[in-house]
Design a protein around this ligand. Structure first.
Ligand SMILES: [Zn+2]
Length: 717
């Protein structure tokens, strides 16, 4: 384990030292000069947090929890080491959640009178549908610059961050399992605190569990006392609240590299090791060459059962990833590389508010593609990019150019759940902007150096877009006017809606994408192509991303004539059936959208086999939208016992709500705090319904576009 000891400290938001000027990357070590001050800015607002985090410095967070699987309860306490930074602060406001039962709160002021803790009065107020406001009256001894230690004793019931799985919902089906998912604003139902990405602190945790249960956390150190059945964790680098994560269950591990280890249920471990052995270290090595040292020591992964609501989550030191992705090797590769890229972009340097999630996702997507370009070549990376940019433009056709969710900087109205506005633009328009900055710089390797120095400058802090842009313009003084180029103004990139103003050249992927396009044109001509014309296309030799691109583009052309569907089925159905779930679900969506009954048994078999959100929700959406709704109800009734209650609720909403309204498939899908939005793998339904009207604020758009916005996103938060 790499040693990266840091003094525990809070790094509150983006108001840090100004960027360097005239800095250049000088080989691996770099060299830098100091700079003058940058312009002062107003205080940072996070409308998604009820807390008064700006009034305090959070020095450290400690959790002491006992897990009770029998009643699905976590109970214990959290301790916050706080320093007031303003005089006269009488109240501490923490983010909390109605599912947290607060038992008592007390305060210790080290070195100020009695050593016994003082009990504090508190009140819980409503905040939004994703949280509550915990108002705590502070003692008079709370003074600026003096540490106070606040202990909140509490227990959780059934909050959105905590997913309890009965044994039958695990892969092994013998032991229960629990995991947490904090992104974006869920962790306020895990522990009360400053649930904002603007605040980072170190944390420690003590977790007590029944015998036979292994606990893992997103921490750089851990230990276990078998005698006491207590796990202890320490995260030695400051992290925001949403990156505190825990999983507990029957988990085993195997090393797959000098600093990486795979954790999984016993029945999955061999497969996971086979798929990833050696690769994680290789990807880490490439990333370090590009962006500087990996800052987190460990780079472990834990595979979670299909109930995991997204594909993967970049919890530091321990990526959480859904086991369903194991069979789709190319998607597994991309997803793990993406999460590794977050070690630099998102985890080391974090977006200070949820309104600028692209700072994490756009940069991580760019970094992921730099890693795959170095490791697997430009053609493969361009193919993968083409698949995603296709999906981006599909989403844009659904939403319309003026939809505010297509902005990089989204303005939240109070009450809007940030998770509901995460969409492909966050990833792919963000990626295009970073690619544009790289293009401006004119040399991809020089831009790698810039990113390396950006990490070095801002590591363990939270930033806003202006920090990145200021740093860019100071780094490349010859580009001082670049932000004003007509039609490509930085301001327009950030606050304008619609498509990216620039897309990178993907012609290096032409050898892989051109045959895909040619085949699409053959099949899209309105009649089945001749056997002779198909001879040059050997799909069994194609990569997953080539077949996915073909099927996505054929989905765009659906509905197809029945004779074309019949010929497609004859030519490819058995090929697709032998391939992974990412290919299969796209073919089955074509089957459903084209009401092609001969293949219906395959749809049934697929939905009986797959119980993850990413492979069920899109197919149910399509079934309900077409003439096969009764089939969907029948399959749901047969399989619902094997689905997580949250997914069951989502599918019930799709199947049974708004029956009498002329709803579109995607509008049927709703999300709530109990049903975190899926980041699924599929293209949205074709635009056969009126497009949502553009609205002035994201809040109005969110209600109608949430589901649409989320459905293409295969990479996770
Ligand atoms: Zn991501």
């Amino acid at each position: 384990m790499a040693e990266l000891h840091q003094t525990p400290t809070s790094l509150c938001c983006c108001r840090k030292s100004p960027p360097v000027s005239g800095t250049r990357c000088a080989g691996a070590s770099g060299s830098r000069t100091s700079a003058g001050p940058s312009a002062p800015r107003g205080p940072l607002l996070d409308v998604a947090s009820a807390s008064n985090f700006r009034c305090f410095q959070l020095r450290h967070l400690h959790l002491d929890l006992r897990l009770n699987f029998a009643v699905k309860e976590m109970s214990g306490w959290t301790v916050l080491d706080l320093v007031p930074v303003q005089p006269g602060i009488q109240t501490l406001v923490l983010d909390s959640h109605p599912s947290l039962l607060i038992h008592s709160i007390d305060c210790k002021v080290p070195g100020a009178g009695p050593e016994e803790p003082v009990s504090l009065t508190y009140r819980v107020d409503p905040f939004t549908d994703y949280g509550a406001s915990l108002n705590i009256s502070l003692p008079a001894a709370a003074k600026p610059g003096r540490v106070i230690q606040i202990t909140v004793r509490y227990s959780t019931t059934d909050g959105p961050a905590i997913w309890w799985l009965d044994p039958e919902l695990t892969c092994g089906q013998t032991r229960p399992l629990v995991f947490t998912q904090g992104h974006s604003v869920c962790n306020r139902s895990f522990f009360p605190g400053f649930d904002t990405p603007a605040v980072k602190s170190t944390y420690t945790a003590t977790v007590r569990v029944p015998d036979g249960v292994t606990v893992l956390m997103s921490a750089s150190r851990s230990s276990y006392s078998k005698q006491d059945r207590v796990f202890q964790f320490s995260m030695e680098q400051p992290v925001p609240s949403y990156l505190v994560a825990l999983v507990a269950g029957e988990l085993q591990h195997a090393d797959v590299g000098p600093r990486s280890r795979v954790w999984a249920e016993p029945c999955l471990l061999a497969c996971a090791v086979k798929k990833l052995g050696g690769s994680v270290e290789r990807w880490l090595g490439v990333a370090e060459e590009l962006f500087g040292p990996y800052l987190w020591g460990r780079c472990d992964l834990v595979f979670l059962p299909p109930s995991f609501p997204i594909v993967a989550m970049e919890n530091p030191c321990l990526t959480f990833i859904i086991a369903s992705i194991l069979e789709s090797s190319e998607f597994l590769l991309i997803d793990v590389v993406h999460e590794i890229a977050h070690g630099w972009f998102g985890n080391a340097v974090t977006n200070a508010t949820w309104e600028e999630m692209w700072l994490s996702e756009g940069l991580a997507t760019y970094a992921q593609r730099r890693i795959t370009t170095e490791a697997y070549g430009e053609a493969f990376t361009c193919l993968e990019t083409a698949v995603r940019l296709d999906a981006l433009h599909r989403q844009l056709r659904l939403l319309g150019d003026n939809n505010p969710v297509s902005r990089l900087q989204v303005k939240f109205e109070p009450g809007v759940n940030p998770s509901s506005l995460m969409n492909l633009f966050t990833y792919e328009k963000g990626f295009c902007f970073v690619a544009y900055l790289s293009e401006l710089c004119g040399d991809v390797r020089r831009f790698d150096c810039f990113l390396r120095d950006y990490i070095s400058e801002f590591k363990f802090q939270s930033v806003v877009a202006l920090d990145l842009i200021d740093f860019f313009l100071r780094y490349f003084p010859e580009l001082k006017d670049a932000g004003q180029r007509e039609g490509l103004e930085f301001e327009r990139w950030l606050s304008g809606s619609g498509p990216p103003l620039f897309q990178p050249d993907l012609s290096a992927g032409g050898a892989l994408t051109a045959p895909v396009q040619q085949l699409c044109e053959l099949w899209g001509a309105g009649h089945a192509p001749t056997a002779h014309s198909l001879l040059t296309f050997d799909l069994s030799a194609w990569s997953t991303f080539q077949i996915v691109l073909f099927l996505d583009r054929m989905l765009d052309r659906s509905p197809l004539p029945q004779d074309v569907m019949s010929s497609l089925s004859v030519c490819y159905s058995s090929v697709f059936d032998g391939l992974n779930a990412e290919v299969q679900i796209r073919w089955l969506q074509m089957v459903v959208r084209n009401s092609f009954y001969p293949e219906l048994p395959r749809v049934r078999a697929f939905l009986h086999k797959h119980t993850s959100r990413m492979y069920t929700v899109p197919l149910y959406d399509d079934l309900v939208a077409g003439v096969m709704k009764c089939v969907a109800v029948e399959i749901f009734n047969q399989t619902q016992r094997r689905l997580h209650p949250n997914l069951r609720r989502t599918l019930q909403q799709i199947l049974f709500q708004n029956q009498n309204q002329n709803q579109t498939p995607t509008q049927n899908q709703t999300s709530s705090t109990q049903n975190p939005p899926a980041l699924s793998v599929l293209s949205p339904s074709p635009p056969t319904f009126p497009l949502p009207a553009a609205t002035a604020t994201a809040s109005a758009a969110a209600a109608t576009t949430t589901a649409i916005a989320l459905r293409d996103v295969n990479v996770s938060a």
